[in-house]
Design a protein around this ligand. Structure first.
Ligand SMILES: [Zn+2]
Length: 425
């Protein structure tokens, strides 16, 4: 069965192309100009100053001032990357990435509840080419780990890994819908005035399947199957594919972004017939740890634009005012640990990856922050970990490995350093 036939949502929504957008769709950035070069700190600065990046940043800041930001809370997986899910609305996205979309919500409340935010998307992701009727679709490593943990099929030794402990205590459910749904209900407590769409991304195509929403101000919630049936996988996934809401069941406010997403999927699949195949395995070149809510894909479009290019982890910080009214920014030990345990996921996978396997292409880790010392602190903390050092030492065996430390303010990279050179200074 072809994708379009299988995905009824796509068919149903055909009539909705009457929605027009002021901006014409932008072409995918050309990546080849950087292809042959080794990764240097200058390359990031150059990309951040490119017309594409400057345009993205301008539009991101504009969206904030127009209260039109779309916060997307989604997995760190390079294939569910939030910004490239959209055709022309990508720069409006403020992305919060964490393993299986699970990071502590209270720590990102300042992003979710910001007045510049117009709507929130809470998404899981799955693989549409590995469906089993009556079962929740798989495809997210974090959800799979959760499933194994709850079935007790994880060895004692593995259970002690920080990433396992992280998943155990932060991922709510291994179910493709229940994970974002339960999370959306929690988000509604921290951001009561925001409309929240709940869905999942088919990471083979980038299509968002809307499955429910939570209306602002506690004015109700709605799901694609009756609320009391959302734990019945036979009703939720009769042919293995998640039950989608019809467009007419979805509040107006979410529709432009959903249609923009469909436009992107259509264009992508037409332009690149091998796209689905390329999304089978997660093989990003970059891992980015950042506190800028303007995602790295918008800020480095030539290096990281598009799907399956970067695994991203959002690292929240504490902002406090001192008695003189100055702003004081710190990162707590707990936040640091939350980030490091998630970083373990791509690094451990990369460490053991054979050619063609997940994270075999991962060669660059970028630690960024608003302030230099916070970015350096992240890199130092990672370098204190044996598993991270082991991955980095593979450089001696001829594998490309580079670590960068950058300062990013309002989307603009003001400084970038190669970590090794930084230590020599
Ligand atoms: Zn995932």
């Amino acid at each position: 069965m072809s994708y379009v036939e299988k995905n009824t949502y796509f068919g149903r929504i055909g009539a909705s192309y009457r929605y027009h957008y002021m901006e014409k769709s932008l072409p995918e950035p050309e990546r080849s100009k950087f292809k042959e070069l080794p990764f240097t700190a200058d390359l990031f600065l150059k990309d951040n100053q490119s017309p594409e990046a400057q345009n993205n940043i301008r539009r991101a800041l504009e969206a904030k001032s127009l209260h039109a930001r779309i916060v997307v809370d989604v997995c760190s997986d390079a294939r569910s990357a939030a910004e490239p899910l959209f055709d022309t609305m990508g720069p409006q996205v403020a992305s919060l990435n964490s393993v299986a979309g699970s990071a502590p919500i209270e720590r990102t409340a300042y992003v979710l509840n910001h007045e510049g935010v117009g709507q929130i998307f809470v998404l899981s992701h799955f693989d549409s080419q590995a469906l089993t009727p009556d079962e929740s679709p798989e495809g997210c490593g974090g959800r799979t780990v959760k499933k194994h943990l709850s079935h007790g099929s994880v060895s004692e030794e593995e259970r002690d890994l920080p990433i396992m402990k992280y998943v155990d205590s932060n991922v709510i459910s291994s179910d493709v819908f229940l994970q974002p749904w339960e999370r959306a209900k929690l988000i509604a407590k921290y951001a009561p005035d925001k409309h929240i769409l709940v869905g999942t991304v088919d990471h083979r195509t980038g299509l968002i399947i809307p499955m429910g929403y939570v209306w602002a101000g506690g004015k109700g919630a709605y799901t694609s199957v009756p609320l009391h049936d959302i734990r019945d996988t036979k009703l939720m996934y009769p042919d293995g594919y998640p039950q989608s809401l019809k467009l007419e069941e979805i509040p107006e406010i979410f529709r432009p972004a959903l249609i923009d997403n469909q436009n992107k999927v259509k264009r992508k699949l037409k332009e690149d017939p091998t796209f689905r195949e390329k999304m089978g395995t997660q093989r990003p070149c970059f891992v980015v740890v950042r506190d800028s809510i303007i995602g790295a894909r918008l800020r480095y479009p030539n290096l990281m634009g598009g799907m399956n290019k970067a695994f991203s982890i959002f690292a929240p910080y504490h902002k406090e005012r001192n008695i003189n009214g100055g702003v004081y920014i710190t990162r707590t030990q707990e936040d640091l640990e939350t980030v490091l345990s998630q970083l373990q996921y791509p690094i451990i996978e990369g460490l053991k990856a054979k050619p063609g396997e997940a994270f075999d292409q991962t060669s660059v880790v970028v630690f960024e922050s608003n302030l230099f010392y916070l970015a350096k602190e992240l890199a130092d903390a990672a370098m204190d970990e044996e598993w991270f050092k082991a991955w980095y030492r593979q450089k001696k065996d001829g594998k490309p490995r580079d670590i960068f430390v950058g300062v990013v303010r309002s989307g603009r990279t003001t400084a970038m350093y190669n970590y090794e050179e930084l230590l020599k200074q």
